[in-house]
Design a protein around this ligand. Structure first.
Ligand SMILES: *Cc1c(COP(=O)(O)O)cnc(C)c1O
Length: 354
């Protein structure tokens, strides 16, 4: 699986899904849930005392939507800085929930425009949050949140972050960057299976915080309060939670996010070098994450043809979205990929493109 989630699983994570039948009102479930919530906060251990996790049953989008809908007030603008599909989607969510997004849509192949963000924060009063995507999976850009955080901190604005495709695979110092909350999912850099998504949020946000949620199911505050009291508000994806517990244990045994980040860097630099030599240039000149890389399709082969031929050899690659649909293919190194997998993929794509 070279798509950005769902990922290639370890056998042990796959087997974990076949755990015992369990009702979510049993003490054993309560233990499982607390264990996972605690481990999620511990992925970035510097966050441990200041953040708390709320689980949701849904894909990554449910966590992003729960985060922005529950935390963003209706009557104050929220500044959405986008440079891809996922950032644009956040502006759309806020719109649909009757909030007041102030959207600065950027070019997909460019960095976030920090001077424009700075000027906007200086001229528009009462902005509640600055909202951005950490790893914009549309292109594979790792947005420079450290630089964005400096601008936001200077204007005393907290950030809300879509970390769906970066959480567990790269640095994310929430406290230092004044991130009020971030949303992520089990089945990307954490190497779990789809079904459970989550939001990490600052503990202090929950003290006397009225929820601004316009959705009952996606209300972070109700979900969090119920979980804090021991049981989830709604029936969760129990088998996915079994798998997530296992994948978090494996992440920790393998050396945590730092080790995973190094592994991703090693694999992606190998692939970028190899695929560039085959005549497919990376879409981004700089700012690329080590998690996913977009390559320009070479002339003479369509995405569908490349996809089909690789699929015959058991490799799944990922298409571009919208205006990049016919222009690029994407390769992600998330998941349990061995050196041998990567060597075989290189041999396959080399023979197809030659
Ligand atoms: C994958 C992804 C999402 C959510 O996708 P789902 O299909 O809902 O899991 C959101 N944001 C980013 C940056 C992503 O990569």
């Amino acid at each position: 699986m070279l798509n950005p989630g769902p990922v290639t699983l370890t056998d042990t994570v796959r087997q974990a899904m076949a755990g015992p039948d369990l009702c979510h009102r049993e003490p054993a479930f309560s233990k499982l849930m607390s264990n996972v919530r605690e481990s999620l906060v511990q992925v970035y251990s510097e966050n441990a005392t200041d953040y708390t996790a709320a689980l949701l049953t849904g894909s990554g989008t449910s966590a992003v939507e729960a985060m922005v809908d529950s935390l963003v007030p209706k009557d104050r603008p929220a500044l959405v800085c986008s440079n891809g599909v996922y950032g644009e989607r956040i502006a759309q969510m806020l719109q649909m929930h009757g909030k007041t997004p102030l959207h600065l849509p950027g070019k997909w192949t460019c960095d976030l425009d920090l001077s424009l963000i700075d000027a906007t924060l200086a001229s528009v009063s009462d902005i509640s949050y600055v909202i951005a995507v950490h790893h914009e999976t549309t292109t594979g850009r790792l947005n420079d949140l450290e630089a964005l955080a400096k601008v936001c901190i200077a204007h005393k604005k907290p950030m809300l972050v879509d970390a769906v495709s970066s959480f567990g695979g790269t640095a994310l110092p929430l406290q230092e960057w004044n991130i009020a909350a971030c949303a992520a999912t089990a089945n990307k850099c954490l190497h779990g299976v789809p079904g459970i998504a989550f939001v990490l949020l600052q503990q202090e946000l929950l003290h006397n915080h009225e929820s601004y949620a316009t959705s009952l199911y996606l209300d972070l505050v109700t979900n969090h309060d119920a979980q804090e009291n021991g049981y989830p508000a709604f029936t969760p994806a129990i088998q996915s939670l079994y798998a997530l517990r296992q994948s978090l244990e494996e992440l920790s045994e393998q050396g945590g996010w730092e080790a995973r980040h190094h592994r991703y860097m090693e694999l992606s630099s190998r692939l970028v070098h190899f695929i560039s030599e085959l005549g497919c240039n990376p879409l981004l000149q700089d700012g690329s994450s080590s998690i996913l890389t977009s390559f320009e399709l070479p002339t003479g082969i369509s995405f569908d043809e490349l996809y089909d031929r690789l699929r015959e050899q058991n490799f799944v690659i990922y298409a571009g979205q919208k205006q990049l649909l016919d222009r690029i293919f994407r390769i992600s190194v998330m998941g349990d990929l061995t050196d041998r997998d990567v060597e075989q993929f290189q041999a396959s794509i080399a023979s197809i493109l030659s």
